[in-house]
Write a protein that binds this ligand. Structure first.
Ligand SMILES: Cc1cc2nc3c(=O)[nH]c(=O)nc-3n(C[C@H](O)[C@H](O)[C@H](O)COP(=O)(O)O)c2cc1C
Length: 205
């Protein structure tokens, strides 16, 4: 009798464990992957914070995009420089060099700059062949959205699989509001990140 009861318990336990694995299977696969890169550009740490939240959920390597010649600290000066670069199609040289052969999933994080994909992220796509890889965009902005950045990402990565993006409101540097993803906002953004990851990684099309 004692034996029969324990065997029953074991079956119940195994059944529950299996259900849990099925529910979170896809995220589980990502967690164990060493082939995931979380790449981000961030000036005032909002996009960086979202990148760190993603890494906490899925693992992978966290890498900041850095320039050989950094942008000016002054807001008006960077806005002017970025506007000129966008107008001329200038691609700044990156200090960040990666061997992309080791990755097959790239979380691709950037702030909206001048309603476009920031020039350093265009440089990255220009320098690296992401053919056959999965790109997962994420973004922070001052409340005006992504502008043309996703269209540009698609144009510059024609042979990649691009999943649905996450875009959240970050700082408004123009008004002196820099880092905001803390306290209550940090909780809100973390929930948005978790919900988005479940949607894009668990649900198969
Ligand atoms: C040069 C520059 C241009 C920007 N242009 C826009 C814009 O066009 N639309 C927008 O919503 N936010 C714009 N922003 C605000 C940033 O997207 C926003 O503050 C973002 O959260 C910053 O991310 P970070 O903290 O990771 O640098 C701009 C910021 C900078 C520095």
């Amino acid at each position: 009798m004692k034996f029969a009861f324990c065997t029953f318990c074991l079956f119940v336990f195994l059944g529950l464990a299996n259900m849990e694995e099925e529910e979170f299977g896809a995220i589980g696969n990502f967690q164990s992957s060493e082939r995931t890169l979380i790449l981000y550009l961030s000036r005032t740490n909002n996009t960086k914070t979202v990148a760190e939240m993603i890494q906490k959920e899925v693992g992978g390597d966290l890498v900041a995009v850095e320039l050989k010649n950094p942008y000016p600290e002054n807001y008006d000066a960077i806005v002017k420089q970025v506007a000129e670069e966008n107008a001329n199609g200038f691609l700044p040289t990156l200090k960040t060099k990666l061997d992309m052969v080791q990755y097959d999933t790239i979380f691709f994080g950037f702030p909206t700059w001048g309603m476009q994909l920031p020039p350093p992220m265009k440089s990255f796509l220009n320098e690296n062949d992401l053919k056959g890889k999965t790109i997962i965009p994420f973004n922070t902005n001052a409340g005006y959205g992504l502008g043309s950045s996703l269209r540009t990402l698609k144009e510059l990565s024609p042979n990649s699989i691009i999943l649905d993006e996450l875009s959240v409101k970050g700082g408004v540097e123009r008004d002196g509001i820099l880092f905001v993803i803390m306290g209550k906002r940090e909780i809100e953004v973390r929930e948005a990140v978790q919900k988005w990851l479940k949607r894009i990684l668990v649900v198969k099309d």
